[in-house]
Write a protein that binds this ligand. Sequence first.
Ligand code: GAL
Length: 687
Amino acid sequence: MTVPKAHLKLPYLLHGGDYNPDQWQAYPQIIDQDFTMMPQAGVNTVTVGVFSWAALEPEEGHYDFGWLDQVFDRVEAMNGRVILATPSGARPHWLADRYPEVLRTDEYGRQALFGGRHNHCFTAPSYREQTQQINRKLAERYGQRPSLLLWHISNEFGGECHCDLCQAAFRQWVQKKYQTLAAVNEAWWTPFWGHTLTAWDQIHSPSPIGDTNLKGLNLDWRRFVTDQTIDFYENEIQPLRELTPEIPITTNFMTDTPAMMPFHGLDYQKFATHLDVISWDSYPAWGNDQESTADLGLKVAMINDYYRSLKQQDFLIMESSPSLVNWHPFNRPKRPGVNRLAGLQNIASGSDSMLYFQWRQSRGASEMFHGAVVDHHGSTATRTFQEVSQLGADLKQLAPVRQLPHVPARVALVFDYDNMCALADSEAYADTTKQYWQTLQQHYAYFWRHDIPIDVISPQADLAPYQLVLDPMHFLMDQAWIDKVADFTQAGGTVVGTYLSGVVDERTLAYLGDQPQRLHELYGVQTTEVDTLYPHQHNGVHYGDQTYPAQDYCEVITNQTASVLATYTADFYAGQPAITKNQYGAGTAYYLAARTDAACLTALYHQLATELDLHPTYPLAKASSDISIQVRGDQNQRYLFVMNFGETANTINLTQPLTEVLSNRTYPAGAQELAPYQVLVFHELIK
Ligand code: GAL
């Protein structure tokens, strides 16, 4: 693990984004215009060089830094900052021609032609050497520039390569992990279909024309891909650490849309320990026809909380669209006010930036119709430019917020990458309804809607700061986690677990017999059967004095030491326990045997929040949960972000007069109406 060496020193909240003047070298007047327009939009930061290798090194060993020197000069003239990318996300043609092994091989064994991006081999020594060389040149030339704020390594790492070099690296990885072939055969359960390995070189990455059924192989491959990507990244940053130890390092993480879940291809919780600063690219489908803005806002909030929790520190929005994208199934511009709402939501969640992809719309190629601050008309009069400028002015007013953390959470929601992969890969239950991240969102919803801070943590996280740990659908659980969560509960914590938990170990092998014993003791129940329902089938859960629908998964459990809070209403397990509560040491463990609806979760979490005295960080009455109130602050002051995600006006009730920062006016006590998508930011000094 790399110990973070540098901290981000922010002169302001960052506003700006990807800037690609290398595409416009034949249009000097456009570049002149850019630097006239940037201050008008409140832009103070540009990310440059993301795909600029061909412009920086047009031939091997021949460099052209003139255009980039000018960018630095001009950004410095406007007192701005540069986030400098290393260009490995796309390679020049000459590099692929001379070193063909850098081209990626797919799972069918087909090597790619030159083209696209994000498609290099992570193992090829030649790519690693070339990358180090160009990165060293960049660090030598720009490392001392006063505007250099942050290194942006490559772009959205992802994907995998199955070439011979990668196969060899994978075999070494497996050998190091398991030591003996017998251990591999056990872990991957290879005697199934007689796939027993008798030599190390028989090990091969999963492939549709080879093995895809060995669950342990599949999960180990995913783990290897993360480790190999991190190894590639570590190679990239070596000259930067050497020459610019004080400049922090990030790489931009991404999400799978529309679920707004962490990218499935890499274990970011592991990767995060190698970064100084977390940054991510946020592309929610605002204005879609599937969900309200408030429901999408909830999803964005949760992934922001996840990225903040990765290092328990402020993060950056590295990319977002100021209007529309060009790669959603439907590409709709943000409604008026939504860019401001989205930008301020990010700041409220702990981001210190709102950066866009990209400053100026490309003239051709695949992203020519992707939204940008400046579109093809090149005017400042567009709605997008005006709204971006408005947010730029807001962020200037909010500059002190960058020194204030998001308020600490006492509730943690567990997300486990290995579990996500293993559950998705398990040939069990139902194809379409496992929905791990979406289930986490359902549990998260109560806390977001009630303005109770919540972290999204990995099983490696320290549980000490928390009172309540939510641990849904933890199908793959290792003994270390079981002990950790049991110790936490024994010492007085409260845990909520659910159906489909503790089924397999870290090798993806099923637990046998009464194992894992401590988990059964923790919850005081044991699962005997899982009823997987078809989408239109329902059971019911009788809880309190109401019956709630249960769908998708209903476990039949036997109760050992717990008290039964709810029972099933139908089918052969009618009357049997559906929700239980177990005293475990000084703490309490709740078990939800069935997937219930939001109303049932609300009832349960309402009871828990009351018992545990979990309350909103700021007690402000609101007429609708479409309004969210998020707080950044410390013991001396706080900023309250009051955000109306509603498509209609909604009111809040101020108990005392408060100063609103963006309008610089004092709001009196009493009811205040917020227009659709309106945001008010109140500042309060704490006496
Ligand atoms: C990101 C990528 C950018 C740009 C953007 C468009 O995933 O990092 O380079 O392609 O998407 O939305």
